[in-house]
Design a protein around this ligand. Structure first.
Ligand code: ZN
Length: 184
């Protein structure tokens, strides 16, 4: 009898422990960043562009939770981020990855290039913006490993695609951020 009770207790402890690791120890959902915090991250990154303030684009935050995206529009001198992207990003590092990527497109003057160019060119441009963006993140003191985490999250939530008219697929972008210090 005591032996049976002992086995039941052990089983309960085991189940509780497994549940703890499966559910409780999931990554914490952090508080959504305020517009002021987003602007501060943006300002932190701009310091490392080497351009004077008057040449730099203005950041606009567009309220649309359904759109998980950001873009740069150099003809109007703006970088825009949707509230959907802000909600999707769990922390300052992930937001900095998005903003730094768009600043990099602006710095590298990508919109001046031919928009009809083929997907190989687009892959190179996106890759360059990702890499220069990571440099800005690093200089501004953000965790560059979180750039990879953000793309992993996007792939997990959307599924990967084989081909997209103007972006390399998520796996390609995750592969670019496989820095040794980020571990497996
Ligand atoms: Zn891009």
């Amino acid at each position: 009898m005591i032996r049976k009770i002992f086995i039941v207790i052990c089983a309960l402890i085991l189940i509780t422990t497994l549940q703890y690791y499966a559910f409780v120890k999931a990554p914490p959902i952090e508080v959504e960043l305020t517009n002021q915090q987003i602007n501060q991250i943006y300002e932190n990154l701009l310091k490392y562009t080497g351009l004077s303030r008057s040449m730099l684009p203005k950041l606009i935050i567009i309220k649309n939770d359904a759109i998980i995206n950001a873009y740069q529009d150099s003809s109007n001198n703006v970088i825009a981020i949707y509230s959907g992207m802000i909600k999707f990003s769990a922390n300052k590092d992930e937001i900095s990855a998005v903003l730094a990527h768009e600043i990099a497109h602006f710095m590298l003057d990508h919109s001046a290039l031919n928009p009809t160019m083929n997907s190989d060119y687009q892959t190179i441009l996106e890759g360059n913006a990702d890499k220069f963006g990571v440099y800005l993140m690093m200089r501004a003191g953000y965790d560059t490993c979180k750039a990879r985490d953000l793309w992993i999250k996007l792939r997990n939530s959307n599924g990967d695609y084989e081909y997209n008219s103007d972006h390399p697929n998520y796996s390609y972008r995750i592969w670019q951020f496989e820095f040794p210090m980020c571990g497996g």
